[in-house]
Design a protein around this ligand. Structure first.
Ligand SMILES: O=C(O)C(=O)C[C@]1(C(=O)O)C=C[C@@H](O)C=C1
Length: 129
């Protein structure tokens, strides 16, 4: 099933106050927790949209690479990206080890997508087009 086929969950079904702590914690503490979680929910939504845009861009790279029979991965590019991201993470007070793991996780998914696109392209009758 492709990402596009999956049923979209209406955002109204999301309960921002869902918690295992309800009833067991001082309501004032819970209010403060929910206020902070409001920001976390906004960040998470932004991350999803950012990742979707990044994958749109890498999908274009995947089709370009498949059309021109280029390898799915580019280790020198990845090395430069990881070095840059580690520097940015340090500047931003984010754990550089986490930043590197996160980028590697995304890139490995992108490489998998590239390989799928390349296999599909190779099966097309006019693969040299
Ligand atoms: O820039 C590319 O060549 C890509 O395929 C994109 C990307 C990435 O996700 O940033 C993915 C795989 C490559 O090894 C390097 C970078």
């Amino acid at each position: 099933m492709s990402i596009e086929d999956q049923t979209t969950i209406p955002s109204e079904q999301f309960d921002p106050h869902a918690s295992s702590l309800n009833g067991s914690v001082d309501p004032a503490v819970l209010d403060e927790l929910f206020a902070i979680r409001g920001s976390i929910d906004n960040f998470d939504a932004t991350l999803v949209y950012l990742l979707a845009e990044r994958f749109k861009a890498t999908q274009r790279v995947g089709y370009l690479k498949a059309r021109h029979q280029l390898p799915a991965s580019d280790p020198n590019r990845e090395k430069a990206q990881i070095e840059r991201l580690r520097r940015l993470a340090i500047e931003a007070h984010l754990d550089p080890v986490f930043a590197e793991k996160f980028l590697n996780f995304i890139i490995s998914e992108v490489i998998h997508h590239h390989q799928v696109i390349s296999e599909e392209h190779a099966q097309e009758p006019d693969a040299r087009a």
